[in-house]
Design a binder for this molecule. Structure first.
Ligand SMILES: Nc1ncnc2c1ncn2[C@@H]1O[C@H](COP(=O)(O)OP(=O)(O)OP(=O)(O)O)[C@@H](O)[C@H]1O
Ligand SMILES: [Mg+2]
Length: 274
């Protein structure tokens, strides 16, 4: 059964459980809200730089896309979102960063760095705040992190000229903590899996965004969410995948409401463990 058929069957306006990190479906748990506020505040006051790390599928990309969207709407910010590229040299990485900000690169690394610093100074004088967001930053090489370290030296007596937020899986935290000079200059944000209540609110929120009016589980809603939480350990992507399959199961059987037992069967089928 395809996505359109599911949407039609349940009378949704769109599918609630697609696993792409669409910020419109982002439920603002207190953790997400705090992390967003911290990023915004650090950027606004040019205090930065931050690194945010957390488990696979915990919502980091969704969060950084929301941050990007939000800052982009404010003309004080010149905000760019990069996915950490598979580039070995720091020179290639610098070029990519500069191209993203539309700054001319030079053949020599030092000359490029000079251009970039002039650009940052100009931005500062124009009252703009350049913000570089890097997702999948767990893949950054030591060389690339060295460049980040170097870029953090671009500052006036009172403020940083470039705001940086690195986002990635747990290894990012380990990498940065292992690079002490960098760690001592950056502020960490650690993301974790959701609580049972947040997971439940997140699922309900996504259903509401998709136009669902009535309940989704029956007869024992609490039990169904407990089972979902137990198998997914509060990881949003895993929970969404279970719900995605639940919809197919219900539609195939001509049902509207899911039971805890169906949640359990699907979770087991997806190799999730208690
Ligand atoms: N707070 C949330 N509200 C609603 N949906 C969420 C939330 N957090 C995560 N999700 C959903 O969970 C899925 C995984 O999220 P996302 O891709 O942002 O995770 P990630 O931490 O970047 O994963 P990875 O470690 O694989 O890069 C997406 O479908 C996303 O929409
Ligand atoms: Mg991600």
């Amino acid at each position: 059964m395809d996505i359109n058929a599911i949407v039609k069957y349940f009378g949704f306006s769109e599918h609630p459980f697609i696993t792409s990190p669409d910020p419109r479906f982002l439920y603002l748990s207190s953790q997400v809200r705090d992390a967003l506020a911290k990023c915004e505040f650090m950027a606004r006051d040019r205090i930065g730089p931050l690194y945010m790390y957390g488990p696979i599928g915990s919502g980091k990309t969704s969060l950084v896309r929301r941050l990007h969207e939000k800052l982009s709407q404010d003309e004080r910010y010149n905000v760019k979102l990069l996915i950490s590229p598979n580039l070995k040299s720091s020179n290639a990485f610098l070029r990519l960063v500069m191209e993203t900000f539309d700054v001319k690169t030079e053949r020599s690394y030092a000359a490029s760095l000079g251009n970039f610093e002039s650009f940052l100074v100009q931005q500062y004088q124009a009252g703009r705040i350049p913000v570089l967001l890097v997702d999948e930053a767990q893949y950054m090489t030591r060389e690339q992190l060295k460049l980040i370290h170097y870029l953090l030296n671009f500052e006036t007596n009172t403020t940083k000229l470039l705001q940086i937020v690195l986002v990635g899986q747990e290894e990012l935290g380990i990498k940065i903590i292992g690079y002490r000079e960098l760690a001592s200059r950056m502020f960490p944000i650690s993301m974790s899996a959701m609580s049972l209540d947040d997971l439940r609110d997140m699922v309900e929120f996504r259903l509401t965004v998709a136009g669902r009016k009535g309940p989704f589980f029956a007869p024992d809603v609490d039990d169904a969410y407990r089972v979902l939480y137990t198998y997914t350990k509060g990881l949003p992507r895993d929970a969404i995948k279970v719900c995605f399959e639940l919809l197919i199961e219900l539609a195939t059987r001509g049902q509207q409401l899911a039971t805890a037992q169906q949640v359990e069967e699907i979770a087991k089928g997806q190799n999730l463990r208690i």
